[in-house]
Design a protein around this ligand. Sequence first.
Ligand SMILES: *[C@@H]1O[C@H](CO)[C@@H](O)[C@H](O)[C@H]1NC(C)=O
Ligand SMILES: *[C@@H]1O[C@H](CO)[C@@H](O)[C@H](O)[C@H]1NC(C)=O
Length: 263
Amino acid sequence: MGSHILYPLIFSCLLFYGLLFCASGFTSTRFVKDTQRKLICTSVLVPLTSSPVSYLECARKCQHQPDCTAFMFSPENSISPSATSDARSGTCLWCPADSIVNISYTPADPQLETWVNIQGYLMSPPTTGESMAIPGGLSVGRFVVFQGRVPEPAPRRSLLTLFVNDTDNVAVRVSPRFDFDGHVNRLLINSRIDSQWKTQVFPEGFFPFSPGQNFEIAVLATTGGFTVYIDGEFIKTVTRTAHMAGDVRYASIEDFEMFFVTA
Ligand SMILES: *[C@@H]1O[C@H](CO)[C@@H](O)[C@H](O)[C@H]1NC(C)=O
Ligand SMILES: *[C@@H]1O[C@H](CO)[C@@H](O)[C@H](O)[C@H]1NC(C)=O
């Protein structure tokens, strides 16, 4: 589990987002540099522009390119030390949203920045039982990140649910059970179609949650389903609800303390 290494970076990064967005007051699409994650495409990455440009120009191109939800920016080597970050020029590469299949949490090349087009961000974190709208819905090639903490003492179980419009259709539900219905420290991931639940209970011994501990859950929508990550580790792909991509408009939590949500 990479959680202990990841957290300090995540928080400084979100603080940066906060300044950026509070200052602009916009809720429309924006690009933010994701220092934690890299998107994995099945297709070859292609350049967005024919010559080196600033990342702002790359963002503008991506915004006008149908199916561009993110791009990679590789700054040119010969940057003068006095160049501000906005003035750096470089190459930007992208792949269409429907070829994004996975998230890599391994910081690869520090010279290759991932810029993600987010629809809304830091929505006020939901409180227990309250539904929170996911701006723009969770369409293919987009992901949502939840950062929070497990209460201490541990609840009997906690729930994070991504659903369409009512809980009869749940794309993904992540539920650590601390002591609930015969499950002690077991992770359950379920989905629900027209009120029919399907549940995967993870093996004993695999339980990436503990009372009072911070966590990050990320869910990426792909053409093959919803891929779920806990603390930077790939957990599973929920394929059964793949058809709900784009329709998943709400999230709710129960017995988790949520700090930040980015979509
Ligand atoms: C995503 O990447 C992880 C880590 O490299 C890998 O274990 C997992 O199988 C991949 N998942 C998919 C759906 O490709
Ligand atoms: C929820 O969505 C389904 C399918 O998109 C639709 O048929 C249904 O009327 C919606 N229900 C509510 C309560 O909006």
